[in-house]
Design a binder for this molecule. Structure first.
Ligand code: ADP
Ligand code: MG
Ligand code: ZN
Length: 474
């Protein structure tokens, strides 16, 4: 390709506060339409908004976690436009003086670390929801979401590939969830992303004209849509055409973007400072309190896992992506302190089992002490690693403890020399041809014999002893 892609993302994160940003209505999801509303969020004349302090606290938390400067004074502005889901005719947002600016997060792509700049983080209110009747030409308005708090996180145009954009988005998602300020559910719209994409000739420093892509409701779609958009713009430029500045919609079924509006049709929002809200002036002491309260974040945790626990960087990355998973892992270590072994079992077996059941780690029927108990049985030689896999499956299904399953199903490992010798004799007697070929030098047949003995023992024979005994006998 003769071009370098340039990508900047705008992310909207719904904050997990109990009440809305400028009134005391509940933010709970799924209530009957228009039950979580009041004169303020309905946009009645003569009522006044009052800022929810938690919203500012959460925005500051995110700003600190992403290395932003926290502005001691910020302002709310009105963004004016008409739409049926916006009863006031304007959205309260921040424009000229946002609460956080000049931050960055670090991403890792193909083992290379890179900083992605964060231009700004600002607070704003969400709009309502239109529900279109599939049977009649009627749309209904649900204003429960009107006034639910959001932060918008605007990146610098620092990303150069769909993969980098994906890594950046995952990092933001992970940090928001670590901080406990956003549930990150993309399908329900509590974590939304718009992508700005342009191309410039290789070696150039001058950005090309960008298109903004909306309707990206999964990580996969973000990367797919950007990939599609790069190809679309490349085709235009190769034909000596001109990319126009516009907003485009991603169609996930057809996997393409279509034009929504051009720059000429773009809104002029006529931003101005909201006269109903005072400038927000922060207290240095409060910011320090919030800073002290920050949890260990994914990057720090990952570093600790590689340095102190000696985990490979890949393991550390997977285990720290979600705070719940990292907590699960560390709780296992409290009673079974073998990090690499626990990591292997969590990443290799447990996550796979949970995945097929569509469960998260928090919903795991196998608790950390239960997994620790299972691994101790393997270490103590009570069961083999192979049997342990089936025991784990059974634990996930029944919620029973490892010891109980091993006892009920008679899975205790056979480490009794005479019992294994008897099985070996039986196998060797049944396969005289193979035994002869082994003795003539075909050493590969060892695997066959071991397999047969293991089969005879229903997987319970101690594999190390099986090997030794067979070698002696052959
Ligand atoms: P708008 O309000 O029109 O969306 P912004 O200045 O807020 O414009 O920019 C939105 C996003 O577009 C930012 O994330 C920024 O990094 C990105 N961006 C700006 N210029 C380009 C470009 N030429 N190519 C790709 N992304 C860009
Ligand atoms: Mg934009
Ligand atoms: Zn309200």
């Amino acid at each position: 390709m003769k071009y370098t892609p340039v990508i900047g993302l705008e992310v909207h994160a719904q904050l997990k506060t109990e009440s809305k940003i400028f009134c005391s209505c509940s933010t709970a999801f799924g209530a009957p339409p228009n039950t979580h509303v009041c004169p303020v969020c309905l946009g009645m004349p003569g009522v006044l908004p009052v800022l929810n302090k938690k919203v500012a606290e959460y925005a500051i938390r995110m700003g600190l976690a992403t290395n932003c400067r926290i502005n001691m004074e910020s302002r709310f502005a009105r963004k004016n436009y008409f739409y049926p889901d916006l009863p006031k005719g304007y959205q309260i947002s921040q424009y000229e003086m946002p609460i956080c600016e000049y931050g960055y997060v670090e991403i890792e792509e193909k083992d290379e670390k890179k900083r992605i700049g964060i231009t700004r983080i600002h607070m704003e209110e969400d709009a309502g929801k239109l529900i279109h009747d599939p049977d009649r030409p009627v749309s209904r308005v649900d204003l429960n979401r009107t006034g639910v708090p959001l932060i918008e996180i605007v990146s610098e145009p620092d990303m150069r590939s769909p993969e980098e954009a994906g890594a950046y988005l995952r990092k933001l998602h992970s940090v928001l969830r670590y901080l406990g300020i956003c549930d990150g559910n993309m399908e329900e719209g509590s974590f939304r992303c718009d992508a700005n994409v342009s191309l410039m000739p290789l070696g150039s420093e001058v950005f090309g004209t960008r298109a903004e892509i909306k309707n990206l409701n999964s990580f996969k779609n973000v990367e797919k849509a950007i990939r599609y958009e790069i190809q679309r713009q490349q085709d235009i430029l190769d034909d000596e055409g001109e990319v126009i500045q516009e907003t485009r919609l991603w169609n996930p079924d057809k996997e393409l973007t279509t034009s929504m509006r051009s720059k000429e049709e773009a809104h002029d929002y006529r931003y101005f400072p909201d006269p109903d809200l005072l400038p927000l002036v922060l207290d240095e002491k409060w910011i320090e309190e919030i800073r002290t309260d920050l949890p260990e974040l994914p990057d720090e945790k990952k570093q600790r896992f590689t340095e102190e626990l000696q985990l490979p960087s890949y393991d550390a990355k997977v285990l720290t992506a979600e705070r719940e998973l990292a907590d699960y892992f560390e709780t296992c270590l409290e009673t079974y302190n073998n990090p690499k072994q626990v990591s292997n079992w969590v990443m290799g077996s447990l996550l796979g089992l949970l995945n097929t059941e569509g469960k998260s780690i928090a919903q795991s029927p196998v608790s950390p002490p239960m997994l620790a108990e299972l691994l101790k049985l393997v270490d103590g030689g009570t069961i083999s690693g192979k049997i342990a896999k089936t025991v784990l499956e059974e634990m996930a299904k029944s919620g029973k403890k490892a010891g109980q399953i091993v006892e009920e199903k008679g899975l205790v490992q056979v480490s009794d020399t005479s019992a294994i010798e008897a099985l070996a004799d039986k196998v060797l007697a049944a396969s005289p041809d193979e035994a002869a070929r082994y003795k003539e030098g075909n050493k590969k047949l060892m695997g066959f014999f071991v397999g047969q003995v293991m089969k005879e023992s229903k997987g319970r024979a101690n594999p190390k002893m099986v090997n030794e005994i067979l070698r002696k006998k052959l």
